[in-house]
Design a protein around this ligand. Structure first.
Ligand code: NAG
Length: 206
C-alpha cells in the first residue's frame, strides 16, 4: 500500500518537474531570423522574468482615433512557438478601427466602454455590440471592423492564435499601392477622384 503511494508520488513529482523544465519552452532570440516555426531559442541562462511579461509601450496610432499596444513575440519573447499572442486596443469616442484581417483567429475581450464589431462575409454581415466583460470571436481571415459605439473611450484586449499576427488593412491593400488610379477605380467600382484622394491619403502612387 505504502509502496504504491510512494510510487504515485514519485510519478507525480517527476511529471510536474518535467513540465516545469526550462527546455519545455523556447524564449525567442530576436537577433536571429524569424521562420514558420518561430525564432531560435535564447540560451536558458539568459531567460529573465521580463521575457514573460508585456509592458505596454507608447502604442501605435492608426486611423481613425485608435491606439494599439501589441503583445506579440516581438514584445513578449516567451510567446515564441506558442501559437498565441494578445494586444490592447483603445478607440477614442467616435473613432473606428478600419476593415482588416489577421492570419489568425481572434477573441476580443471588452474591458471598458462599448464597441460595435462587424464581421463581413460575402453573403452576410455579423454585427455585435459588445460591452464591458463581453467578448466576441473573429474567425481567421474574415474582414472585420470595430466602431466605438459608446459615450467614452473604449478599451479591449484582443487575443490571437498566432505569436506574430499581422493586421492587413483593406485600405492599405487597395490604396497604398502603385497600380494606376484608373485600374483601381475600374476594379473596385469606385470613382477615380475618390481613388486619387485615398491614394494620396494612404501613400499610394500613380
Ligand atoms: C510598381 O512598383 C514595382 C516595385 O514594387 C515596380 O516593379 C513597378 O514597375 C511599379 N509599377 C508602376 C506602374 O510604377
Amino acid at each position: 500500500m505504502n509502496t504504491i503511494v510512494i510510487l504515485l508520488l514519485c510519478a507525480l513529482v517527476s511529471s510536474t518537474s518535467h513540465a516545469a523544465n526550462l527546455q519545455e519552452f523556447c524564449v525567442a532570440d530576436l537577433k536571429g531570423p524569424d521562420s514558420p516555426s518561430g525564432y531560435q531559442c535564447k540560451p536558458a541562462n539568459r531567460v529573465t522574468a521580463q521575457d514573460f511579461k508585456c509592458t505596454l509601450g507608447p502604442g501605435i496610432s492608426i486611423p481613425d482615433n485608435v491606439k494599439i499596444y501589441p503583445c506579440t513575440v516581438r514584445q513578449v519573447h516567451s510567446l515564441n512557438g506558442l501559437g498565441i499572442s494578445a494586444g490592447r486596443v483603445e478607440i477614442e469616442k467616435g473613432g473606428s478601427f478600419p476593415v482588416h484581417t489577421h492570419a489568425a483567429n481572434e477573441i476580443l475581450i471588452m474591458v471598458k466602454g462599448e464597441m460595435t464589431v462587424g464581421i463581413l462575409t460575402p453573403t452576410r454581415a455579423f454585427v455585435n455590440r459588445v460591452k464591458e466583460g463581453e467578448l466576441v470571436v473573429i474567425p481567421d481571415a474574415l474582414q472585420h471592423y470595430l466602431v466605438n459605439s459608446g459615450n467614452e473611450k473604449a478599451v479591449a484586449y484582443a487575443t490571437y492564435s498566432s505569436p506574430n499576427p499581422r493586421i492587413d488593412f483593406l485600405y492599405q491593400i487597395l490604396f497604398a499601392n502603385n497600380v494606376s488610379t484608373a485600374t483601381i477605380a475600374q476594379t473596385t467600382f469606385l470613382e477615380e477622384p475618390q481613388v486619387r484622394r485615398l491614394k494620396a491619403r494612404f501613400g499610394g502612387t500613380n
